[in-house]
Ligand binder design. Structure first.
Ligand code: THG
Length: 368
């Protein structure tokens, strides 16, 4: 028997939960104490459909931590080592949040509405509590809360066409990681070109539950010929694309450098950030790397072996239908990755050789 997930008020539902169930969600996970669908048809069928058509995702669990008040920008900059001083209104920033030791707390998308109004669109840790603690400790003039916003992601090669049919031509002007307020049913929904896939698409920050459900239905009625379906973040697609999951591929013990998030840390900038001093000096102990195996692997354990020694741990893995290889991310000992002779993983049928490579995967240079 498959174990079941018991749903209670603690595993919060979303305005779209009844629609998601009606669309045939077969599995859920819990993210930020809220339901997140995980499979509709099957991992692989969902994957192909995402790569070929358009999907609507209930990603309400990407909760918005809202920071308002005079010291908002100061608090947000304290939390992240990414320089936000040049941020424009409506711009979105993928950014690590780090504590005073340089350890990661979360990896949200930060959205600047104005100097004194920010959202952190968070991954699965309780950022609000940390932000409130910092506000108290630093005696900042801010209000911190989790607001009633339920993001819907529209992802896939036909996402732009579908979003255009609902919101109009103007959406074409929205650049990657920028947003615009778009009228819907008399309300303003923030619409951003973003989302947790590399198939292209948008995220709509729904701020009215009833209108949100109306929008869900409209996306489905206007997308029939585009073969629109309900979907969700897909393991295969996100591993192929090198998108990391906090709590799985990285955690509180890791610095952004260990996760390959170097480009989102502004070490040279003159910013007041809690972690910046620690990040300038803390040694990098591990590094998240990509693994490629020639055949499909059913892992017996998560160890990455070289010459009989454990040199890393696998954090995510999947068969890649597009490239006909098995892919994995592995947290590797930094001293051991430069010079490997006999790298392999342990499958249920024995050792399987692996190739180690940088992330994101470059399939062309790998000859795949
Ligand atoms: N959308 C929103 N909120 C989120 C996520 C999201 N919160 C949780 C989680 N996802 C945060 N993690 C990521 C990880 C990667 C990206 C977005 C959110 C991403 N990265 C791009 C890349 O890697 O190419 C580009 C980043 C950049 O250039 O700034 O999109 O999906 N609302």
């Amino acid at each position: 028997m498959n174990p079941e997930l018991l749903i209670s008020t603690r595993t919060r539902k979303t305005p779209f939960s009844s629609r998601v169930a009606a669309c045939g969600a077969k599995a859920y996970t819990v993210y930020n104490h809220m339901l997140l669908p995980a499979v509709f048809l099957s991992l692989e069928e969902d994957y192909w459909h995402l790569c070929e058509a358009v999907q609507v995702w209930d990603v309400s669990c990407q909760r918005q931590i809202e920071i308002t008040g005079k010291d908002s920008q100061k608090l947000v900059q304290l939390m992240t080592p990414r320089d936000l001083s040049q941020a424009e209104y409506g711009q979105c920033f993928y950014a690590p949040l780090c504590d005073e030791n340089g350890g990661m707390i979360n990896d949200p998308i930060i959205i600047k509405h104005s100097e004194d109004h920010w959202w952190l669109s968070i991954a699965d840790t309780d950022v609000m509590l940390w932000a409130m603690g910092l506000a108290t400790g630093f005696i900042l003039d801010v209000q911190v809360s989790e607001v009633e916003i339920w993001p819907l992601a529209v992802q896939g090669p036909k996402a732009e066409e579908l979003i255009k049919r609902v919101f109009g031509e103007e959406i074409r002007k929205i650049r990657f990681f920028h947003s615009r307020k778009m009228n819907y049913g008399g309300n303003d929904f923030l619409v951003a070109r973003s989302g947790w896939s590399k198939q292209g698409g948008f995220e709509i920050y729904v701020n009215d539950a009833e209108l949100g459900v109306q929008l869900w239905d409209e996306l489905f009625s206007k997308g029939v010929d585009l073969n629109v379906r309900a979907g969700c973040p897909n393991l295969i697609e996100r591993v192929e694309s090198g998108l990391l999951s906090f709590g799985g591929d990285m955690g509180y013990d890791n610095t952004p450098f260990e996760c390959g998030l170097d480009q989102y840390v502004s070490l040279e900038a003159d910013i007041e950030s809690l972690s910046i001093d620690a990040l300038r000096t803390r040694p990098v102990k591990t590094r998240l790397m990509g693994l490629v195996m020639e055949k499909q692997v059913k892992l017996k354990d998560l160890r990455l072996m070289n010459d009989g020694k454990v040199i890393g741990m696998i954090t995510s893995n999947t068969w890649s239908p597009k490239h006909s290889v098995h892919l994995a991310f592995a947290k590797c000992d930094i001293g051991s990755i430069a010079d490997v002779q006999d790298l392999h993983v342990n499958s249920s049928t024995g050792e399987v050789p692996a190739i180690i490579t940088k992330l994101p995967f470059n399939f062309e240079s790998l000859g795949l």
